[in-house]
Design a protein around this ligand. Structure first.
Ligand SMILES: Cc1cn([C@H]2C[C@H](O)[C@@H](COP(=O)(O)OP(=O)(O)O[C@H]3O[C@H](C)C(=O)[C@H](O)[C@H]3O)O2)c(=O)[nH]c1=O
Length: 182
């Protein structure tokens, strides 16, 4: 299992070791001791899964204040471009983002720390997205930043007319209006 810190401190790409044979493959998708050696103490308490079709963009989401969530995300079918945006006002990388293609083939995972907005866009016909979070779902403390925020200027890798959004995501706030982290 390889841990590669990204160009924003605290954001990690994890590449599990895959053992293939004539039956298929085996891999450890998560080992707490290894994870904590690189990323630090994290207590994941909830697993989520979503299925989406090509062009669906879920994000940019986060939970505010003490309800903030760290996420360990991966794709088990298809492929997505996954994006984590630093929205901590005091961070030297405030407003900067990491974008990584996560696919069922490359088996890459992305660790998104608390203090980040997170989202992904589906690049394959179907994508099944599964992830661990370290703080319980708090619907009254959810917030969204619009996917097309001009200050962040994310290159999603697909044309705007292909993007499918929920009603909530169509009304995400600009970074300049959003509730941020210290
Ligand atoms: C997130 C969540 C949702 N729900 C229910 C609430 C709605 O009835 C339904 C769909 O929720 P939503 O449209 O917010 O799902 P996503 O757009 O996939 O939201 C997620 O998308 C991006 C990628 C994220 O990083 C967050 O984990 C999360 O915000 O599931 C729950 O019951 N528990 C939960 O933890």
């Amino acid at each position: 299992m390889k841990f590669i810190e990204q160009n924003i401190q605290g954001v990690w790409v994890i590449e599990p070791s895959v053992f293939s044979d004539d039956r298929g493959y085996f891999m450890e998708s998560f080992r707490q001791s290894e994870f904590e050696k690189f990323v630090g103490k994290t207590n994941f308490i909830q697993d989520n899964e979503s299925k989406s079709s090509r062009g669906v963009l879920r994000g940019l989401h986060y939970q505010t204040g003490e309800h903030a969530q760290a996420k360990l995300v991966r794709v088990v079918q298809g492929s997505v471009l996954d994006v984590a945006v630093d929205i901590r006002k005091s961070s030297p990388t405030f407003g900067k983002y990491v974008a990584v293609e996560l696919t069922a083939e490359n088996k890459k995972q992305l660790f998104v720390p608390r203090g980040f907005a997170h989202g992904f866009v589906v690049l394959s016909d179907i994508a099944i997205f599964t992830y661990k979070i370290d703080n319980i779902y708090a619907p009254n403390h959810e917030a969204s930043i619009i996917w097309s925020d001009p200050t962040i200027a994310i290159d999603w890798g697909i044309s705007e007319d292909e993007i499918l959004l929920s009603g909530k995501d169509k009304t995400g706030k600009l970074l300049t209006e959003a509730i941020l982290f210290e």
